[in-house]
Write a protein that binds this ligand. Sequence first.
Ligand code: AMP
Ligand code: ZN
Ligand code: FE
Ligand code: FE
Length: 287
Amino acid sequence: MPSSRIDLHAHSVASDGTDTPAEVVYAARAAGLDVLALTDHDTTRGWVAAEEAARHTGLGLVRGLEMSCQRGGRSVHLLGYLIDPTDETLLGEIEHARTSRQTRMHRMVDALAADGIPITMAQVSAHLGPDATLGRPHLADALVAARVVPDRATAFADLLHNESPYYVSHYAVDPARAVRLVRAAGGVPVLAHPFTVTRGRALPTDLIEELVDAGLAGIEVHHRDHDRDGVRRALHLALAHDLIVTGSSDYHGAGKPNRLGEHTTPPASLARIVERAGGVEYIAPAP
Ligand code: AMP
Ligand code: ZN
Ligand code: FE
Ligand code: FE
């Protein structure tokens, strides 16, 4: 399928997107995509519903996740495609992250409340899908509902950004360990948006090269958080280390402006991912 349209990074209510996994699949179909990867933060809980919708609609589906990682206070996001969802070590690691996200949310809510910003854990939980991975976007939604801020973007800009006094970090696995865990679970590790300009800092080259040595298979090149220089740097690294080049929307439903298919992955890159994977089956699009 040389002309197929492939978007390899999207979120549902299983983490901090606003569409159910089935709705993400239907929306991908409606957007004219042939293949979508569902990559919720630190969870595979959306997979079953997404698979059902994919088989129903004929959309190709790459089951994956996006692991929150941290090195020296720096946040790193790792996409893990086609992993075995029953792998004990990987499951233990993402469960640890999810538990820590609960504790951290309590602390952020307490800090806001102590400063007179009226918000409770119950209000935050009201914006959370069943078993969803709890994140700052849910807190942002609660602040919007409480009319503290007009929208998610303002919530992040004013109150929830990484340098905010209300920001609390959560446990996150070391990125090199995460790369090895994804590989050990039969998955294909791809570094997400390494040169993000709009938030956080770009990753240093020596860290990326360390991840390559640990078994990194690919790098997200085409992403709205990359400016032209970021795209160039990512492509350069891909060429230098024979990494698989991907592109994606990082769709979050109504939670972010990102639209499905706004950036896509070349079919040859998807073929390389599928070829390397051994954790869970790739669901090819219906002919
Ligand atoms: P957390 O993992 O809980 O620390 O929250 C980080 C998540 O918040 C990211 O993965 C994004 O999905 C989301 N996010 C970060 N910055 C913004 C923003 N300015 N507007 C909306 N969502 C954001
Ligand atoms: Zn997110
Ligand atoms: Fe990310
Ligand atoms: Fe993402």
